[in-house]
Design a protein around this ligand. Sequence first.
Ligand code: NOJ
Length: 539
Amino acid sequence: MSEIKNDYLWWQTGVVYQIYPRSFQDSNGDGIGDLQGILKRLDYLQWMGVDAVWISPIYPSPMADFGYDISDYTGIHPLFGSLDDFDRLIQEVHARKMKLILDLVPNHTSDQHPWFLESRSSRDNPKRDWYIWKNPRPDGGLPNNWLSVFGGSGWEWDEKTEQYYYHAFLKEQPDLNWRHPEVQQAMLNVMRFWLDRGVDGFRIDVMWHMIKDLQLRDNPVNPDYQNHMATYEQLLPVYSTDQPEVHEIVQKMRKLLDSYTDRMMIGEIYLPIHKLVTYYGIDGKGAHLPFNFQLISLPWEAKVIAAAIDQYEGALPANGWPNWVLGNHDQPRITSRVGIQQARVAAMLLLTLRGTPTIYYGDEIGMRDVPIPFQEVQDPQGLNMPDKNLSRDPARTPMQWDASLQAGFTEGKPWLRLDRAFQRTNVQLQKEDPYSMLLLYKRLIDLRHNEPSLTVGDYTPVCSDNQMLAFTRQAEGHPKFLIILNLSHRPCYFKPSTLTFTGTVVLATSPELEGSVVDESISLSGDEGVIIRITDTRL
Ligand code: NOJ
């Protein structure tokens, strides 16, 4: 593997793990996870084979959106610890040869951020234009029809200065005006602050939102809107997001990162593939990894997924490095979307595809969405649209470490209730169980790390049908692997008419299959996936 390590960068060969700090590990009994807690669990992440840890925001924040409303970009919220704790965390992460990726939220601040307090203090305050202020329309109406992602209008009236300000999310999260050079400088300085402290990269929140149409034109109506959808989807956000000038901003961020050694940037971008890939930037001078959310957003059907992989592979620009994600803190968990058995197949897909995989904490033990009683709902998205089942709380519940009281997460009362099943589903039990999800993840990561073909090899589709998808991975001079995944619950048969092959199953979702020799064809049970090392190169 060493030659691969030399030819590729850490974020290309590595596996990323997302920690939602509130829910990972509490160390002081207040029921909320913290940095000391993360420190305590670094050995676990290393044992699993994780290469980089991305932590959701830990900055000072009024917590209107659980940390995505930042009131100080260069501090640590006391709930999570201190800057000293953070420095220790970087040190300990690096001591384990891992990397630390910080979540940065440049599109908006908290309404309690000193920048916004100044901006809203008067119309002639020097920071007034750091945010997007607008007069009412001549008829007294809202400046335009833009909606907030979290429900209602995107405009909030300010009594004192008699103008509206724009907020793509909560009214407590005013959008910065990224066309203002001072805003750009201020945020680049924030990035410098953390880069100097040693962080290895950033996950940039809502990258595609950062610049808005200069004329603030009305968004068109979405003809495909249906009532169950979030109200935000009533319009197509063609003027409020994904503006061409955003790429200049991304490029500036990239330039800064490139002035340091070995740093990287992931962009959170929910856009169709042809638009997503533009975020790699001209000549690859944009984001290193524009997050590819296809495995989250598409129906879990073999033909659809197979086509999406090919479409993505085909759309990537030269030298654009792919990446794949099954879940994050905003989306239902994979186990709840496809079921626990298919979640094993999904893990195999995530960890055998070409490109950097990101694992959401708890998915490695098959945590599921936890029903949160209505009176306990905390997520503003859930509270603002109560009839649409959009709360993100169910996928943010505390990590299930063991069978002790509160699953080893806290000695106090967890901020969000635990899954009742934690005594059956937890890290400690699964570490001992060779059939567990956790060991499947660990073995998949180990195999990926040990086999250059799986780390960086080419991807070639083999075939797919209504049930199954199959592809190969191969790096020059290394064994070829054939991956066959049954995305259905019923048995399927793999016998492509146009090719012949011989190989050995090296890893399977059902470990019983491992070691078996496969010649020309294989039948799989429902929800089964296999990785075959090809011994005969006719394939
Ligand atoms: C995307 C984040 O992932 C989400 O959790 C947050 O609510 C919004 N951006 C607003 O910052």
